[in-house]
Ligand binder design. Structure first.
Ligand SMILES: [Zn+2]
Length: 377
């Protein structure tokens, strides 16, 4: 990660760069601020900058051997701790290193902007509470006792440090008190009030403000490729949280995708095009259960909108552009004589999707019924 990959937060970038130029990199720093303010991304960019062998005033070079390893979070002197718990895959004595593959993937996929819950979901933790456990803290102390492989600084990034187990916290405290030479700890938290005062007093605090509206819009367009209009809408809802804003833009995309698949599906059903329908069934199956569930939730929404339209209540419909056009044209096909069949069928589809139904077969069944129902008026 380079500073240039991170939208906005210019004063923080300036401050961190200055510590390097002035040779005053504090050995323990606490990055704190609300979610979606860029703390993890900035920690990665800062660590890469410190260790870059060819950095400029502004940024790391991105091409030296150190930068190349940093760009994949694979530098031997870069270490991470993050909350974990046992999962189906790692059901015994879990430690952070077991999940390193997921961690790197998560950073690459989201550019460092993701929530704790997204992380838990990614590693398959289900409803457990994550913890930075004592075994992990012991491991970190052990790693610090080795001399560094190749870089100037060993870097330890502890993400969501408020989740640290109290026994582990004691180990970390000790090492923060007497840090080995050329070691940088970056502790990250969204809940500064939960951090032990003894840790707070040993770290330099770096407060991350919320994103400004302008930085948020520019960041969204840079990271998601959305339009200025989409960026404006998402920024208006996200309260300075870039992670949240990215999620909102993504949901808009999914909604559009659901609409296109649904419209296509209904057209194929009307034309009795079994081959086309089979393709849609396979597409939904490949997109997974969560997506299929949302597809049928979307289908229920269309039923509602068509009903509003049929009862001359268009002000209850919040659809725009092509979707609005589709609802208007499609309303005669979902009408008082058949709407309850559709609603019952779509609700059951959601139920069965959650309970491991064979998605592709289920959709073929519903399609066969829909072919008949669409012709009732
Ligand atoms: Zn470099």
């Amino acid at each position: 990660m380079r500073f240039g990959d991170i939208p906005g937060q210019q004063p923080i970038k300036d401050r961190l760069r200055k510590t390097v130029h002035d040779h005053r990199v504090s050995h323990a720093q606490l990055f704190f601020g609300q979610g979606g303010s860029g703390k993890l991304a900035m920690a990665l960019a800062y660590a890469q900058y410190i260790n870059c062998s060819n950095r400029t005033e502004e940024d790391s070079c991105g091409t030296c051997p150190s930068c190349l390893q940093y760009s994949k979070q694979a530098h031997p002197d870069l270490h991470f701790l993050y909350p974990i718990a046992s999962t189906k895959e790692f059901d015994k004595d879990p430690v952070s290193t077991m999940f390193l593959g997921y961690w790197r993937k998560m950073i690459a996929k989201h550019n460092g902007f993701f929530t704790l819950n997204e992380w838990y979901e990614q590693i398959g933790m289900e409803n457990k509470q994550g913890l930075i456990n004592t075994a992990d803290c012991n491991d970190l102390v052990r790693k610090l006792s080795y001399t560094s492989y190749e870089s100037e600084y060993k870097v330890m990034i502890i993400w969501m440090v408020e989740k640290i187990h109290h026994q582990g916290a004691n180990k970390i405290l000790k090492i923060l008190e007497e840090p080995p030479d050329k070691t940088l700890f970056i502790l990250i938290t969204e809940q500064q009030e939960l951090i032990l005062p003894t840790i707070l007093s040993r770290t330099q605090l770096v407060k991350f403000p919320r994103y400004t509206n302008d930085d948020l819009k520019a960041g969204l367009m840079q990271m998601t490729g959305c339009t200025a209009e989409q960026a404006k809408n998402a920024a208006g809802l996200a309260e300075g949280n870039l992670t949240e804003a990215i999620r909102i833009v993504g949901e808009g995309d999914t909604e559009t995708e659901l609409f296109i698949i649904f419209r296509n599906w209904m057209r194929l059903c009307y034309r009795d095009d079994i081959v086309g329908i089979q393709k849609i069934a396979d597409e939904l199956k490949d997109n997974g259960r969560e997506f299929t569930k949302r597809f049928f939730q979307y289908a229920l929404k269309v039923c509602r909108y068509c009903t509003f339209n049929n009862f001359k209540l268009p002000n209850l419909i919040s659809a725009e552009g092509e979707e609005d056009e589709f609802i208007t044209k499609f309303s005669p096909f979902i009408n008082p004589s058949n709407v309850e069949f559709f609603i019952k069928e779509f609700n059951e589809a959601i139920y069965h999707t959650e309970r491991n139904a064979h998605i592709s077969l289920m959709i073929m069944d519903i399609s066969l019924k829909s072919m008949k129902w669409l012709k009732i008026n």
